[in-house]
Design a protein around this ligand. Structure first.
Ligand SMILES: [Zn+2]
Length: 237
């Protein structure tokens, strides 16, 4: 499970680490339905800047190594990659599928009730026009504060029963995603945290490693996929 710290290594700003502001506007106000109602142009300016920033960033070795881990365990249900990040860096690193708990940065959706959605508004062209189905204003497709998480990703996680979890660059502050690693610890599953800073989760993690995802993950994935670990696992089972 990955959070903002994973993408920060690729140059994507983590708003929490930078005081939670963009041009004197609080992150929580911009990523909120009321903020969009108040000033849709401002919210769109913020999203267009973020889309541009992500489009000009490249996946780092930590993200590419997750693709290797997924390929090493190809059976369905062996490895599940979930993220609270909205960028597509994991996908561009070769990870598929990726469970996006908070939606995708490149989604543009109808702000009305018709249900229109596009998941590929990289050039922002769809953000400039009204909803093609009903004529209402369009908005970014991210899950905002005060909104429910989409049901499909939550169901995918609920049906996954892991032996353990790698928690990478996540401050574990936003519910319900924050409950996932805690629930695993409560169920006695090992959860290894990788973060540059101590978090609220650090004291209860099975192991908490200080470092960046791009530095630490390649070594861990190498270990997880090594013959020695595979042999140990076979002996235990
Ligand atoms: Zn519509």
């Amino acid at each position: 499970m990955t959070g903002a710290g994973m993408s920060a290594d690729a140059g994507v700003p983590t708003f929490r680490c930078e005081g939670g502001f963009w041009k004197n506007h609080r992150f929580e106000d911009l990523a909120h339905p009321d903020g969009f109602k108040r000033d849709p142009d401002l919210v769109w300016d913020w999203y267009r800047e973020r889309r541009l920033c992500v489009a000009s960033s490249a996946p780092h070795p930590g993200q590419r190594t997750i693709a290797l881990l997924q390929r090493h365990y190809p059976e369905p249900g062996q490895v599940l990659i979930a993220t609270t990040n909205e960028d597509d860096l994991l996908e561009r690193a070769g990870v598929a599928p990726v469970i996006h708990l908070h939606g995708s940065l490149f989604d543009t959706i109808c702000s009305g009730t018709c249900g229109w959605r596009s998941s590929d508004d990289r050039d922002n062209s769809l953000s400039m026009m009204p909803c093609p189905r009903c004529g209402a204003a369009v908005r970014p497709g991210s899950v905002w504060y005060g909104e429910s998480l989409p049901r499909a990703p939550l169901q995918a996680i609920a049906h996954f029963n892991p032996d353990g979890c790698l928690l990478v660059g996540s401050s574990c502050l936003v519910q319900p995603a924050a409950a996932i690693p805690s629930d695993l610890v409560a169920a006695s599953a090992p959860v290894v945290e990788i973060n540059t800073e101590e978090t609220l989760f650090s004291p209860i993690a099975s192991c908490s490693i200080r470092g960046t995802a791009k530095d630490v993950l390649p070594g861990i994935v190498d270990l997880l996929t090594s013959r020695t670990v595979q042999d140990q696992k076979r002996r235990v089972t």
